[in-house]
Design a protein around this ligand. Structure first.
Ligand code: ATP
Ligand code: MG
Ligand code: MG
Length: 493
């Protein structure tokens, strides 16, 4: 019998790429190492990787590191860690900053062919002229003047005194084309090259040169860059360089959970969240601590597809992909909130065995008992003298006394339908933990002061045997991830 293998693109749900040849597709993920990777980077890198895989091509991880003011080694590392965690595999890793000599050469080429000039106007004048579509006198400077000024940018000029501008079209409807900046002076040590360079290309110039020389066939970026695409192609055109196909997709972000550094950084600095790995944040580290697994992120991203419309999917969509993946591997454990003591007067068991998962082979745990338990305050409040209830996995009891503590007696072990079932923790070896629950960070653009709930709880001894990172389903509470010996982070229902 023939085994019919569906083409990859049907399996990923991504539409085919225009002009893509099997074996010849090269994509790139070009993060700027100026912050921690987040769900938006997950989307971009997963799409980049899936397309490379779909066509048997290559993915390049390229650090877009030409603004030393904002970049730090710590972020290069964090991005690599994030991609490893996501299982995004790249074929090549490089830094834009390693190509500075080529980038200077191309800049000089534009100056020499009069497609670029050095402008010494001040910032305000430049913006005003751009708005009013007015050319400045630098634009008509001759080649000698431009060459002298270009050279002075490497030593004499101070930051802000001169920039290289592309000779675009000052009256273009597209404001990006109104003589955009190609190079500026930044006197900050670069994380890798230290003080070797001070003239740095801006994003538009660097990305066009790099995509072209890296052999990128299909480049993707978010929709807000759409107006810059005209500049991208024009620059490559003037330089007679090969043009990749640039495509845009929508930004991914969750409602009330912004990804922007401009918003997140102050929260970290003001201590409103514990760090960039706070489980409330959409950073990969935050999502990981919250118990979201990388396979779920990939499925979620691919389910959204290559869309241009900016929708904010509900976080619950990601959660439902996650639930399907973690349910079969989550240890079932009892948990009790607002503990009330329950004493069984005729208990004669000392130890019982409970399965770690109702269906799957995840082993069993021994639980020591002596008739002294904790039950949840909520359950205790509903009890009356004479009630018959089942202590889950243990036995049926009848309530004999109610007060600040509860007493009962065993009335049988057989499963009895129609009675309520409650969970319990043996008082022989209870484990106190804190459970952190994350809520949305912002409500109507206001920081949600209740974005993190901390609940005290008591769980089973077995919790201590689990590794940090273990997924747990606390019975009748929800899925959680063990974050430390005394802290669990709520994942979802
Ligand atoms: P920032 O505002 O953080 O500087 P950026 O758009 O400059 O964001 P980089 O950090 O340089 O992004 O991101 C690398 C790649 O990830 C880019 O191709 C960018 O388009 C993509 N990306 C960034 N944020 C998102 C997002 N929220 N959704 C989808 N893709 C994103
Ligand atoms: Mg970024
Ligand atoms: Mg950026």
């Amino acid at each position: 019998e023939l085994l019919i293998v569906k083409p990859k693109q049907e399996r990923t749900g991504l539409p085919p790429l225009e002009n893509a040849e099997q074996g010849n597709v090269v994509t790139r993920f070009p993060p700027e190492p100026n912050g921690y990777p987040h769900i938006g980077h997950a989307k971009a890198s997963i799409i980049d990787e899936e397309y490379a895989k779909m066509y048997g091509g290559k993915l390049i991880l390229r650090f877009d590191d030409t603004n030393p003011e904002k970049e730090r080694l710590e972020y290069y590392a964090a991005i690599k860690v994030g991609l490893d965690w996501l299982d995004v595999k790249y074929d090549l890793i490089k830094n834009t900053s390693d190509d500075m000599e080529v980038i200077y050469k191309k800049g000089k080429e534009l100056i020499d062919s009069s497609y670029a000039y050095v402008c010494t106007c001040d910032k305000e004048t430049i913006s005003k002229n751009r708005r009013e579509m007015i050319s400045c006198k630098c634009r008509s400077g001759d080649l000698d003047q431009n060459n002298i000024r270009w050279n002075k940018m490497f030593d004499k000029f101070k930051p802000g005194e001169a920039i290289v501008r592309f000779r675009g079209d000052m009256s273009s409807e597209n404001t990006v084309m109104r003589d955009p900046t190609l190079f500026r002076i930044i006197d900050e040590p670069h994380p890798i090259h230290k003080d070797k360079y001070r003239v740095w290309p801006n994003y538009d110039f660097a990305v066009a040169i790099e995509d072209s020389i890296d052999g990128i066939t299909h480049a993707f970026r978010t929709k807000e860059y759409e107006l810059r695409t005209e500049l991208y192609y024009t620059l490559l055109d003037k330089l007679n360089m090969r043009k990749p196909k640039m495509l845009e997709f929508s930004r991914l972000e969750f409602e009330g959970m912004p990804v922007s550094k401009r918003v997140l950084k102050p929260l970290v600095e003001e201590g409103k969240v514990s760090g960039f790995d706070d489980p409330r944040l959409p950073t990969l580290e935050g999502l990981r601590r919250r118990g979201i697994v990388p396979e779920a992120i990939r499925k979620f991203v691919l389910s959204l597809g290559f869309t241009k419309s900016d929708t904010m999917p509900p976080f619950e969509t990601l959660e439902s992909f996650n639930r399907k993946i973690i349910d079969p591997i989550s240890v079932r454990l009892f948990i009790v909130f607002d503990p009330v003591k329950l004493t069984i007067t005729n208990n004669n068991l000392t130890e019982i065995e409970i399965s770690n998962h109702p269906q799957n082979e995840m082993g069993k745990r021994q639980v020591m008992i002596d008739g002294n338990f904790y039950i949840s305050g909520d359950d205790a409040n509903l009890l009356k003298i004479g009630d018959e209830v089942r202590l889950l996995e243990l036995y049926n009891i009848r309530i004999t006394k109610i007060g600040s503590e509860v007493e009962g007696e065993v009335i049988g072990t057989g499963y009895k339908s129609g009675i309520s079932k409650i969970q319990w923790i043996s008082r022989k070896n209870p484990v106190n933990i804190e459970v952190l629950t994350s809520n949305v960070l912002f409500i109507n653009d206001q920081f949600n002061e209740n974005s993190l709930e901390v609940k005290q709880a008591i769980t089973e001894q077995y919790y201590l045997e689990l590794n940090v990172g273990a997924q747990i389903q606390f019975v009748r509470f929800g899925y959680c991830r063990k974050d430390s010996a005394n802290q669990a982070i709520y994942t979802h229902k």
